[in-house]
Design a protein around this ligand. Sequence first.
Ligand code: EPU
Length: 300
Amino acid sequence: MPFPLPDALASIPHRRDVPFARLTTLGVGGICRWLFEPVSVAQAQAFVRACAREGLAWRMLGGGSNLVVLGDVDLALRLRFPEEPRRAGLELEAPASFGHIKLSLAAADLGLAGLEYASGIPGSVGGAMHMNAGAYGRELVDVLARYQFLTAEGELVEKAPEPGEFRYRWSVLGGGRVALGLTVRLAEGDPDRIRALVEDYRRRRGTSQPLHKRNAGCIFKNPPGQSAGRLIDQAGLKGLRVGDAEVSPDHGNFLVNHGAATAAQFAELMALVRTRVREAHGVELEPEVEIWAATDMITR
Ligand code: EPU
């Protein structure tokens, strides 16, 4: 990181030496040396352009709820746009930095149906775009009308999703692109029915998943036609522990932090789970979470 900062970067809000334990729901990881937090599209664009010009590598951080950080990171970007969601007819527009659960609940309050499935999926709207987040057979692309992003060179693009741009837990928004915001197209619904569905999803999630402990959501992708949680469970791995990192006794695809776990312990536990599942079932589990500073034990 050049210091003093180039003018284009110095004018963007930033913080130094923030521990990833405070930036992620799992609560482990090294230090984020420089965290840039633009409050406008223009600042985000200035950041991306300055980094491209200076040849600086950076990471995109959202709500930190689907992320395992294994070491230090020099430079990260996290959007802090102040805007609230805006309704226009059956459409709802929100910035990428808005909370994903908050967006689902805002839609429910407005009597708009279609985002109930998202009411238990944490993180930011931008993270949900990046991962095409989903649950209960629904996913973001099902309701996505338009989305806005910056290219790796800092060019602003707004478009409707096209086939191939969003798949199971994957989107075209990787590779240095920055999700800026979205517009979802919902349906007029009965507010009581929408609220009941939201409650039902939240209750189901709360009973099957260990949400009372620090976690990063599902750790591995479901292999086609199979459930990673069930495969891990059947391999007898629930309760397997490395230090304070544990395969949740409640759901096999959740690794939980009992309080003092380290990134290295999670890396070791993930590698152990992959090996044991390969031995028991002949299936190679792929991480569903994003992993920063991957070791050769955990390849994506
Ligand atoms: N199962 C077990 N043992 C376990 C866990 C699950 O036998 O330890 C069985 C369940 O009984 C069920 C099946 O496996 O028959 C599937 O389990 P579950 O309904 O919990 O769903 P999942 O496939 O494990 C997926 C998503 C979740 C999402 C739920 C609900 C993935 C990797 N996981 O979980 O998403 O919340 O469906 O729709 O796609 C996430 O993305 O972080 C996440 C947790």
